[in-house]
Write a protein that binds this ligand. Sequence first.
Ligand SMILES: [Fe+2]
Length: 195
Amino acid sequence: MSENKPFHQLEVDISEILASHQDYRTIIDHVRPHLRQLLTSDELLPAELQVPLPNKYAQYLLYRPESESFAVIAFVWGAGQVAPVHDHLVWGLVGVYRGSVVERRYRREDHGEFAEPRYTIREVSEVTASQGDISFVYPPDYDIHGVANPFDEVAITIHIYGTDIGKQPRHIHDVATGNARDVITKHDNISPIFN
Ligand SMILES: [Fe+2]
């Protein structure tokens, strides 16, 4: 683990934001410039972790304050690697650090508690995001997306979520059937890279 001053400042800044705002969209708007700043750092992720895993995208916890009120995560996407359609159930921002990814966004349309299926998942947009671009997620309406790296080059994205997303119970959605399954996506490292 490394000491990293910028993350201590980030903790101060995000704690202030969270102390004064509850609305997810407002929190996202205030956190965005801090993520933009983070994306300009050349020393976010050790070189050995910038190499993709062979079988799936890699998920590394960079920083998490003791309160776990937010967490900063790096995802490393090898060529062709994909995250299935999923939700987060918390606010989050996604910034592209290296390369490009394609994000497909979905809207959940509820049909009522007793309907079968109870809801359908409809694709609303597809965006190619490149270095420096930032998008966001938050429930209930902007929370479902799928991310992929269909390009030849490795992509790295940096995410800030309003909780430790590596412990967050959430869902993977089957767009075709409308079924969802429970999932917790654990980090590929045990302790945070920065403390
Ligand atoms: Fe996501």
